[in-house]
Write a protein that binds this ligand. Structure first.
Ligand code: FES
Length: 140
């Protein structure tokens, strides 16, 4: 499998700046009892295939990456590369992969398995369900 790399400059890579942003509407999500709940009506970023947001703070136990894949499915990952820098991840358009924003560019498939780079372990993908406009993921 050919690996496609996101176009990032060296400073973005050194600083570990991801492409994926926080949601425009910070009220689109909540977290309680190990459940992340997202109101998809409030997340225009996820309307298009390849769209993504990152969730951090509030009472979340982990940084989270949410994206709408080109296969028409929603994905929720722990947003933490397993390599030593533990940088954030971005989806790579047209490849069904996610990639670390750091210099070493560890890349994972949608099962979370590493397919490129120095990362020693998979990344965690959380079970996700969609009911109407509500996306729920169990963060364990
Ligand atoms: S932190 Fe991801 S490759 Fe180093």
């Amino acid at each position: 499998m050919d690996i496609k790399f996101l176009k990032r400059n060296i400073f973005q890579r050194i600083l570990g700046l991801p492409i994926t942003s926080a949601p425009i509407d910070p009220t689109c999500w909540s977290y309680a009892d190990s459940k992340l709940t997202l109101d998809l009506n409030k997340v225009p970023e996820l309307k298009q295939a390849g769209g993504a947001i990152r969730l951090e703070g509030k009472n979340l136990p982990e940084r989270i990456l949410v994206f709408f894949g080109e296969d028409g499915k929603y994905y929720v990952f722990r947003n933490r590369c397993s390599h030593v820098g533990h940088r954030r991840l971005d989806p790579v358009p047209g490849t069904n992969t996610i990639q670390c924003c750091s210099i070493s560019k560890s890349t994972y498939n949608f099962d979370g398995d590493k397919i490129y780079g120095p990362a020693p372990h998979p990344v965690i993908r959380y079970n996700t369900t969609v009911d109407g406009d509500k996306l729920t993921a169990t963060i364990s």
